[in-house]
Design a protein. Structure first.
Ligand SMILES: Cc1cc2nc3c(=O)[nH]c(=O)nc-3n(C[C@H](O)[C@H](O)[C@H](O)COP(=O)(O)OP(=O)(O)OC[C@H]3O[C@@H](n4cnc5c(N)ncnc54)[C@H](O)[C@@H]3O)c2cc1C
Ligand SMILES: [Zn+2]
Lengths: 97, 417
C-alpha cells in the first residue's frame, strides 16, 4: 500500500485516496469552437506516461480535496504532491513531465 | 516440426524422452522482413501464425523484449467467454470462442481448452437487471448464455453459498456453458511453435526502442536493442506498453495502463467444477488442472508499469471468495503477481490501422483479452495483410473515440474479465 502525502493533511495510507487520472488537462473554455479532433483528444487521449507522471488524487476519506502528484510509474514512488492550480515543481521532475 | 501425438509420446518415452527437438528456433534478426509483429504474447504470436498460415507472409518476425508469453498472456486467470452486450463485441468474442474449440488440433498443441462453464453472479437488483439484459441480447446474437435461479446456480456449482444472510447474497446468475478456461502458456508456445514451423522468426530479448519513418511518414524500420530491422509493415501487440511503443511514432492513444493482480492457492483435489465470477464484489475463481485455485482481483487504483499491485486489493478479493465459498476459508495462498493491462475508456479493444502508413495496432484488451487471443490474432493478421480491417474488427478503430461511436461495454456491465 502506498503512503501518500496529502498537501493539506500530511501522510496517509492509499486506502483514503481516489486516483483521478492525468493532471493538467484543461477543459476547452469554449467547447463549441474546438474541432472534433481537439474535443476527442480532451475527452479520451492520455499520455499514459512510463516514467514521471503528473496525476490527480482526491483525499476522499479525509479532507475531501483534490490535489496533484508527480509519481514515477516504473516504481510507484511519489516525487512530490502539490495543490490543484499550482504548476508541477520543476526541480523535482527535471522538467520531464 | 515434430508432430505431437499419443504415439510419438509413447515412442519417445521408451527412449527416455531423448530426441525431442526444441519447439522453435532461437532466431537472430535478419536485416529486413516483409512484416514485423512487436510483442510476443498470445495476440502477437497468433497474428504471426495467421499471417503465415492464411496470408502467405512467411518472411516475418515477432520481436519480444523479454521472453514469449512473459506478459499478460502468462499472467492471466484464463477465463474464456463471449457473452458481451453489444453486437460488435458479440461478433468479435464469439468468433474467438468458436476458434478455441479446435485450436489444439489446428496447432497440434494441447492448449487444454476446457469449456466447463462460466457463471456470473448477481447480488443486487441492479445486477439481476443488467445480467438478464445481457442474456436476452446474447440470445438475439446467437451467443450462448442462460439465466439461473440461486438454486440452479448451486446445483451447477455445489460449493457456492446461496444463504440469504451473507453480505452480498446470490440473487441468480448467468451461465455460459460453452465458456471455460485454457492453459495460458500453451497458447503462447503453441502459436510460437506453429509459426516457427512456417518460417516465422521468433526473436526474444529484443526490445523495440524506435520507429523510423520515410519522407512520406510511412514506417520503414524499427530500432531495437538488437539493431536496426527494416520492414514496411509493423503490427504492435504490446498490451500494457502500447502507449509507449506507439509513442515512438508520435501516435497518441486513448489508453491507460493499470496493474491487475491474480493469485493461486496450494493445490488440492478437484472440488470446483466451473468458473465463477462476480463483478460486483470483484472476485473470480476457477480450479486449474494442477489443483490450484486461480483467483483474480480487480485492477489497482492508479496507472503503473510496475507489474505489481497493493496487497489490500487481494485481501478484498479473498474476503469475497471466503464468503461465497466458505469451504475455502482455511486454504493457504501460494503466490500472487500482477500484469499491466491497457484499458480503453469504453473497455473495448482497438484492432486497427493507425494514422501512420504501415503501422497497425491491436490493444486495449485491458483485463479481458486472453479469451480473444485466437479471434483477435486472426482478424489482426487480416488487417495487416490486406491493409484494411476484417468486417469483424472494422468497428474497433481508434477514430471511434473522435466520432463518439463507442462500443461501451464499460457502461453496459462494469465487467472485468
Ligand atoms: C492478472 C490478470 C488476469 C487476467 N485475467 C484474464 C481472464 O481471466 N480472461 C481474459 O480473457 N483475460 C484476462 N486478462 C487479460 C489478458 O491477459 C490480456 O488481455 C491478454 O493476455 C493480452 O495478450 P497480449 O498478447 O496482447 O499481451 P501480452 O501477453 O502482455 O504480450 C505483449 C508483449 O509485448 C512485449 N513488449 C512490450 N513492449 C515491447 C517493446 N518495446 N518491444 C518488444 N516487445 C515489447 C511484452 O514484453 C509482452 O510480452 C488478465 C490479465 C491479467 C494481468
Ligand atoms: Zn487531505
Amino acid at each position: 500500500m502506498l503512503v501518500i502525502q496529502c498537501p493539506f493533511c500530511g501522510p496517509r495510507p492509499e486506502l483514503e485516496f481516489a486516483h483521478g487520472g492525468e493532471a493538467h488537462i484543461a477543459r476547452p473554455s469554449d467547447p463549441a469552437s474546438v474541432t472534433i479532433e481537439e474535443w476527442g483528444a480532451f475527452l479520451y487521449l492520455r499520455k499514459n506516461t512510463r516514467g514521471v507522471h503528473a496525476e490527480r488524487w482526491r483525499h476522499v476519506r479525509g479532507c475531501g480535496r483534490f490535489f496533484n502528484a508527480l509519481r514515477d510509474t516504473t516504481t510507484d514512488q511519489f516525487i512530490a504532491t502539490y495543490k490543484a492550480g499550482e504548476a508541477p515543481p520543476a526541480s523535482a521532475t527535471g522538467g520531464a513531465v | 516440426m515434430q508432430k505431437f501425438s499419443a504415439w510419438s509420446l509413447l515412442k519417445k518415452s521408451f527412449g527416455g524422452h531423448k530426441g525431442w527437438q526444441s519447439q522453435w528456433r532461437r532466431a537472430t534478426p535478419k536485416p529486413e522482413y516483409d512484416a514485423i509483429i512487436v510483442g510476443g504474447g498470445g495476440h502477437g504470436l497468433g497474428a504471426a501464425y495467421y499471417l503465415a498460415a492464411e496470408h502467405g507472409l512467411t518472411n516475418i518476425a515477432v520481436l519480444e523484449k523479454g521472453w514469449i508469453g512473459g506478459g499478460n498472456t502468462g499472467r492471466n486467470t484464463t477465463i474464456i467467454r463471449s457473452n458481451y452486450l453489444f453486437d460488435e463485441s458479440a461478433r468479435l468474442y464469439d468468433h474467438s470462442l468458436k476458434m478455441w474449440n479446435d485450436l489444439a488440433q489446428v496447432l497440434n498443441y494441447n492448449v487444454m481448452f476446457s469449456p466447463r462453464g462460466v457463471m456470473m453472479l448477481a447480488h443486487t437488483v441492479h445486477d439481476v437487471q443488467v445480467i438478464k439484459r445481457h442474456v436476452h441480447a446474447n440470445r438475439c446474437n446467437g451467443v450462448d448464455n442462460a439465466w439461473l435461479t440461486p438454486a440452479q446456480a448451486k446445483e451447477f456449482c455445489p460449493p457456492l453459498n446461496i444463504d440469504d444472510n451473507i453480505r452480498y447474497p446470490v440473487m441468480g446468475a448467468a451461465l455460459q456453458r460453452s465458456g471455460g478456461t485454457a492453459r495460458h502458456d500453451a497458447v503462447a508456445w503453441g502459436y510460437a511453435r506453429a509459426a516457427d514451423a512456417l518460417g516465422v522468426d521468433i526473436i526474444e530479448n529484443c526490445e523495440v526502442t524506435g520507429i523510423r519513418r520515410d519522407a512520406n511518414g510511412a514506417v520503414e524500420a524499427l530500432e531495437t536493442s538488437r539493431g536496426l530491422i527494416k520492414s514496411r509493415k509493423v503490427g504492435v501487440s504490446a498490451a500494457g506498453n502500447t502507449s509507449v511503443v506507439l509513442g515512438l511514432a508520435g501516435v497518441r492513444l486513448p489508453l491507460e495502463s493499470f496493474p491487475l493482480q491474480a493469485l493461486v492457492s496450494e493445490p488440492i483435489k478437484p472440488v470446483f467444477p466451473c468458473v465463477v465470477m462476480s463483478n460486483s464484489i470483484h472476485a473470480y475463481v476457477s480450479q486449474s488442472d494442477k489443483g490450484e485455485l486461480v483467483i483474480g482481483a480487480g485492477t489497482d487504483a492508479y496507472t503503473s508499469y510496475t507489474q505489481r499491485g497493493a496487497l489490500h486489493i487481494n485481501a478484498h478479493t479473498l474476503e469475497a471468495i471466503c464468503e461465497l465459498f466458505p469451504m475455502f476459508r482455511r486454504m493457504r495462498m501460494l503466490r500472487n503477481w500482477g500484469g499491466i493491462v491497457d484499458v480503453t475508456p469504453d473497455r473495448s479493444p482497438i484492432i486497427a490501422k493507425t494514422p501512420v502508413q504501415g503501422l497497425y495496432v491491436n490493444c486495449g484488451w485491458g483485463t479481458g483479452g486472453f479469451k480473444a487471443t485466437p479471434g483477435s490474432a486472426h482478424v489482426f493478421a487480416w488487417t495487416i495483410a490486406k491493409d484494411e480491417p476484417h468486417p469483424i474488427n472494422a468497428p474497433f478503430t481508434i477514430e471511434r473515440f473522435r466520432d463518439g461511436t463507442l462500443i461501451d461495454e464499460a457502461a453496459a456491465a462494469a465487467v472485468a474479465h
